[in-house]
Design a protein around this ligand. Structure first.
Ligand SMILES: [Zn+2]
Ligand SMILES: [Zn+2]
Length: 409
């Protein structure tokens, strides 16, 4: 693979007018990289082929980098010739346990695994950004770290990467990240200051009653009746305990119980997820959930085992960083729809851990194109996105880096 844009007479300047044409020239390369990654999807903490591909490219471009951070993570570092801030760009690189149903030449070659969330695109965009910045070091203010992160889909690679020091040496002052987003059409960017994505908490609960004959309920404690009351009562947390101005979700996703129509089930199993934006709700929902479960169980003489854990905190953007992304995106997307204000989703993201440590902005890059059949939702076996977002993503990142580098900005 050779680059044509790095010719001796290419204009090595971060001048805004030149950025677009140079990045547009990268588009065929971006598509090639994205498709190559798409064909070899790997699950969280197993991204070895992907990491090898990234490292090979970084070596080819003489970009210093460190591999093996949090197992498969990589950090590349581009030092500008001019003084300035240390910024980071974060891309996740894991796939999902889904069998791809798309009949495209670049379809997944790994059975039962698929890039169904677009992280292949994120990796390609981050590679393109690294390449572009490495070719323009003379004009670059400060330092840019490009973080390639494993396991965003769970159990989470951001936290272990932070624990292994990716935000230190030198200390990262600002961070940017994006998600290609089929909930928005191509040519739009979704961004907001404050909470963009929700906190994610999870629970598993076993309710233990006393089984028996279906015709003699008086001799039993019916775990199905107890668990059903719990499922219903949990809905009152959002309806009656949370300020209606705040948003929250309590979803019971699993309910397993019983073995036969004439047997009262000895135990029942529930699991679910809790979502919210306001960090003040951190223990509120958990406490209400446990007290509802314990109260209902007690009133029926049943017992319970509850596991409750916090997966990711809410993804909260710094207002200044969000404003920066908003103004850059407005120039880049150039469509009537443009920047979607107050974009928010109850989905979660472990970019949140980075944003807890340094001010930054995470945003959505609209990638759906229904005319081309590219509008399936994320995590669907037919998910795919319009690849013209790749150059758009690189351009937004590069312009954000350009606009944020000088010390007094
Ligand atoms: Zn996903
Ligand atoms: Zn994702």
């Amino acid at each position: 693979m050779t680059f044509t844009i790095n010719s001796p007479n290419s204009v090595k300047s971060l001048n805004l007018d030149n950025i677009r044409s140079q990045i547009k020239a990268l588009q065929p390369e971006l598509v090639t990289w994205r498709r190559r990654i798409h064909q070899k999807p790997e699950l969280g903490f197993q991204e070895e082929i992907t990491a090898d591909f990234i490292a090979e490219k970084l070596r080819e471009w003489s970009i210093p980098h460190q591999t093996g951070i949090a197992k498969t993570g990589i950090v590349a570092m581009i030092e500008g010739a001019k003084p300035g801030k240390v910024r980071a760009i974060r891309a996740d690189m894991d796939a999902l346990p889904i069998q791809e149903a798309n009949e495209v030449p670049y379809r997944s070659q790994h059975d039962g695994k698929m890039h169904a969330c677009g992280h292949d695109g994120h990796t390609a965009i981050a590679l393109g950004t690294a390449y572009y910045l490495s070719q323009h070091k003379e004009e670059l203010h400060g330092t840019v770290k490009i973080i390639f992160q494993p396991a965003e889909e769970g159990p989470g690679g951001a936290k272990p990467m932070i624990e292994e020091g990716v935000l230190e040496n030198p200390n990262v002052e600002q961070i940017f990240g994006l998600h290609v987003w089929n909930n928005l059409p191509l040519g739009t960017v979704g961004v907001r200051s404050g909470a963009l994505m929700a906190a994610v908490e999870c629970f598993r609960c076993k309710i233990m009653g006393r089984g028996g004959h279906g015709a003699m309920p008086d001799q039993t404690i019916d775990s199905i009746v107890v668990a059903s009351q719990i499922v219903n009562a949990l809905q009152t947390i959002v309806a009656r305990n949370i300020n209606p101005i705040d948003s929250a979700v309590v979803t019971v996703g699993e309910f397993h119980a019983g073995t036969a129509l004439n047997i009262i089930a000895d135990s029942a199993f529930l699991s679910g997820t809790v979502r919210y934006f306001n960090p003040n709700l951190e223990s509120v929902i958990q406490q209400r959930l446990e007290s509802i479960i314990s109260g209902i169980c007690e009133s029926h003489g049943a017992r319970y085992d509850l596991d409750y854990w916090q997966l990711y905190p809410a993804t909260i953007n710094d207002p200044k960083m969000a404003e920066l992304v908003r103004s850059v995106a407005t120039e880049v997307v150039e469509t009537p729809m443009g920047v979607v204000p107050e974009c928010q989703t109850m989905g979660g993201e472990d970019m949140s851990f980075f944003l807890q440590k340094v001010p930054g902005c995470y945003f959505f890059l609209g990638s759906a194109n229904p005319d081309k059949g590219l509008a399936y939702p994320h995590h669907h076996p037919r998910f795919d996105f319009d690849e013209s977002v790749l150059a758009m993503g690189v351009e937004i990142f590069v312009r954000c880096i350009e606009a944020s580098g000088k010390i007094n900005n």
